[in-house]
Design a protein around this ligand. Structure first.
Ligand SMILES: O=C(O)CCC(=O)C(=O)O
Length: 248
């Protein structure tokens, strides 16, 4: 079915659009259960490898790395049918097609897991600082709220209209070359997007966004899929696995 004309206009005007209730609860329950298993199983040869909260990994958080401090997975979709199915979920793909056209391919996916209490902020950035996809309008990011995302646990925050100004210089934070220092930015016009589990935020690769730490006792997990149209390309394409075809 795709997005309504009003939703498409909102996306191009503001650089993001929220889609409440896109995924059924059962799919989110299954994703949570699979994250738990993957974390318990630990790193696998040639498979998805959990990475730790950066400060924990550097030994600066005062706690040892464990299953309770896992921050991230990259590229689950090529290895995990459940996550390929999430990325290929027809209502989501239709929504993305309304923005970047058809066919829609999966370029990359990641899971940002903010663990209870230790889940850290993700500093402001544009995704295209990492991806360098051109034309930038032919790619879009879907941020899927696996858990409810609230003010307290680090929901997403977008700077509306920031996609219109091109790629801004990402003055490196120590060890984080793609992020910007929030201190140097005017975030006063940011839009805070809280989500229920199963909601999705779609955003443009040039939209500045960030999230704050998780101050709660619950996980705040997100599955993030970056989609691309075949007419777009990135200089890093050759370093990646082939673009993934949808599972349906
Ligand atoms: O999930 C988060 O808190 C951050 C996600 C993010 O920055 C991204 O999708 O680029």
């Amino acid at each position: 079915m795709g997005l309504s004309k009003a939703q498409v206009e909102f996306y191009w005007e503001h650089g993001f659009v929220a889609l409440p209730g896109l995924f059924p609860a059962a799919r989110m329950d299954a994703a949570r259960a699979r994250y738990d298993q993957l974390i318990a199983e630990g790193p696998k040869e040639g498979g998805p490898t959990p990475s730790q909260e950066p400060e924990v990994a550097k030994g600066r958080a005062g706690i040892a790395p464990s299953a309770a401090t896992v921050r991230k997975f990259e590229r689950l979709a090529p290895h995990e049918p459940l996550f390929l199915e999430l990325a290929s979920f027809a209502p989501l793909v239709e929504a993305v097609a309304s923005l970047i056209g058809r066919p829609v391919q999966i370029w990359h996916d990641q899971s940002q897991l903010k663990p209870p209490r230790v889940g850290s902020a993700k500093p402001p950035h544009q995704d295209n600082s990492y991806h360098r996809i051109e034309p930038a309008d032919l790619t879009a990011t879907a941020w899927v709220a696996i858990d409810e995302a609230t003010l307290e646990n680090g929901c997403m925050r977008f700077l509306p209209g920031s996609h219109k100004g091109g790629l801004v210089e990402h003055v490196p934070l120590p060890g984080q070359e793609h992020n910007l220092s929030p201190r140097d930015m005017d975030l006063s016009s940011e839009v805070v997007v809280t989500c229920k589990s199963g909601d999705v935020a779609l955003f443009h690769t040039l939209t500045l966004h960030h999230s704050l730490p998780n101050h709660t006792d619950q996980w705040r997990r997100s599955f993030i899929c970056h989609y691309i149209h075949p007419d777009a390309a990135s200089p890093t394409d050759h370093t990646r696995l082939p673009r993934i075809q949808m599972s349906n």
